[in-house]
Design a protein around this ligand. Structure first.
Ligand SMILES: [Fe+2]
Ligand SMILES: [Fe+2]
Length: 244
């Protein structure tokens, strides 16, 4: 008669399997965390700008679509882009990181970066107004003919503002912020940002945001990077690369 494993041992095996599964899951997470530990606080902020700039690309392209034929635009996808900007850009990147940590520190340090803080904050506020407007004009899933032009203008205005905003932050403000800290403090900020991101999004907010903008681009037919390659200048002599 086969001996059934004694219950405590069976429990140990099952528990062991559980532990093995948990360990495998942990390792998956750990590898990822290991890679993420290499991401500094400023790289974190700058790659967040990358996500936000992809929203700006969507905004600029949809402004043209709105002017061409507003009825053909997937307004729900545009509304989702605005929601992504609100959740990831405004409620997290701006409010939880820049306004909590970066702006107060560079303002205290003074200099060129400190002098930009007032304008940067005003642009955050204006951005929120514009985001709310885009959300309200797209909420029905359609953009009315009457809304097409004002919405296109709002999208272009937002894009123009935020391109300059992120470029100045990347090249002046974040660099100045980095200089207010020791190497150790800077590394600790990287960990701190990671914790804030996990708490805010219950996971990897950056990965989720990249997935979301990719889905929005797909819905709008804006996912192919090649569509943005500029044409050759009209009338230019063919380069040697074009010949033969
Ligand atoms: Fe900002
Ligand atoms: Fe920013």
């Amino acid at each position: 008669m086969p001996v059934s494993p004694d219950p405590s041992r069976r429990f140990a095996i099952v528990a062991g399997l559980g532990v093995a599964t948990a360990l495998a899951a942990c390792n998956g997470g750990k590898d990822k965390q290991g890679a993420e530990a290499d991401i500094s606080a400023t790289e974190d902020l700058m790659r967040e700008h990358g996500v936000l700039r992809r929203v700006l690309v969507v905004y600029r392209e949809t402004a043209s679509l709105l002017r061409a034929d507003a009825s053909k635009l997937d307004a729900g996808a545009l509304g989702e882009a605005a929601s992504l900007f609100r959740n990831f850009g405004e409620d997290y990147h701006e409010r939880k990181l820049e306004e909590q940590f970066i702006f107060p520190a560079v303002q205290k340090a003074g200099g060129e970066a400190g002098g930009l803080v007032g304008t940067l904050k005003a642009q955050h506020d204006r951005g929120r107004e514009l985001t709310a407007y885009v959300q309200s004009r797209t909420a029905s899933g359609k953009v009315s003919a009457a809304d097409a032009e004002p919405l296109a203008k709002a999208l272009e205005g937002f894009t123009r503002m935020y391109e300059a905003h992120t470029a100045f932050e990347d090249t002046i403000v974040f660099q100045a912020w980095r200089k207010t800290m020791s190497k150790k403090q800077f590394e600790e900020m990287g960990d701190r940002f990671e914790e804030i991101e996990k708490a805010q999004f219950k996971g990897d907010g950056f990965d989720m945001a990249v997935d979301q903008i990719a889905r929005i681009e797909q819905r709008l037919g804006l996912h192919d990077l090649g569509r943005y390659t500029a044409p050759s200048p009209a009338g230019a002599a063919p380069s040697t690369a074009d010949v033969g």
